[in-house]
Design a binder for this molecule. Structure first.
Ligand SMILES: [Zn+2]
Length: 216
């Protein structure tokens, strides 16, 4: 999986009343932003935000509409990103600011990776641990798991997290794995989902269509 390189421009802020310019009433603040990048998500769908070579200043994840960050100071809800802004970008910019201000620390990527959970051997639970257990969620989860089986997807760690939430899945037609939304995998208006399946196009749309009865 590729990592995305994000670099924020250096911001120069000049504050003060124009009319007092030159009279000693101005303050000039120069902020040099920290360059950072968003790494590949782990199997809990948490995106590490990395500065320097390998220092993780926090991890960002989505839970339904909100984006959360986990840092050396604990967990914090950033709420919804502005329209058109990816949640990872909003979270990464927030973390870079916090780090530049000295409010959070950094942890080496190796340590973060070593502490990440490993995939389960065998079936995962029906529901994500944060999903309330009720008839509606159980029914949705059963529908989702039947859909995953029919479309050759496998959940590697957690149960159904809801339709519009990241779910770390493994493609059973190729080695790809990563976060997907069930709402994108179930198809729309009676039509099957995109035969491209995921970034990179999997094994090719023709082969996908031949292998999965829903396309025939
Ligand atoms: Zn694939």
């Amino acid at each position: 999986m590729s990592t995305q390189l994000l670099e924020r421009p250096t911001a120069i802020t000049v504050s003060g009343d124009q009319s007092t310019a030159g009279l000693g009433g101005n303050t000039i603040t120069v902020e040099t932003a920290t360059p950072y990048r968003v790494g590949a998500p782990d199997i809990q769908c948490r995106y590490p935000v990395i500065v320097g070579e390998d220092q993780v200043i926090g991890r960002a994840y989505r839970w339904h509409r909100d984006w959360f960050v986990i840092t050396t100071k604990g967990e914090h809800n950033l709420r919804r990103p502005p329209k058109g802004t990816p949640g990872t970008d909003m979270a990464a910019a927030h973390l870079a600011e916090e780090y530049a201000a000295g409010r959070i620390g950094a942890v080496p990527l190796d340590q973060v990776l070593a502490e990440a959970p490993t995939p389960l051997c065998g079936p995962v639970p029906l529901l994500h641990p944060r999903m309330p257990i009720n008839d509606r969620n159980i029914e949705s989860a059963q529908t989702a798991f039947a859909g995953l089986a029919a479309h050759h997807w496998r959940a590697v760690l957690t149960g159904f997290p809801g339709s519009d939430n990241h779910w770390f899945l493994s493609c059973e037609l190729c080695p790809w794995e990563g976060p997907k939304f069930w709402s994108h995998l179930r198809g729309r208006n009676g039509e099957p989902p995109s035969a491209r399946r995921h970034k990179g196009g999997c094994i090719g749309e023709d082969k996908v269509r031949r292998l999965i009865p829903a396309y025939q």
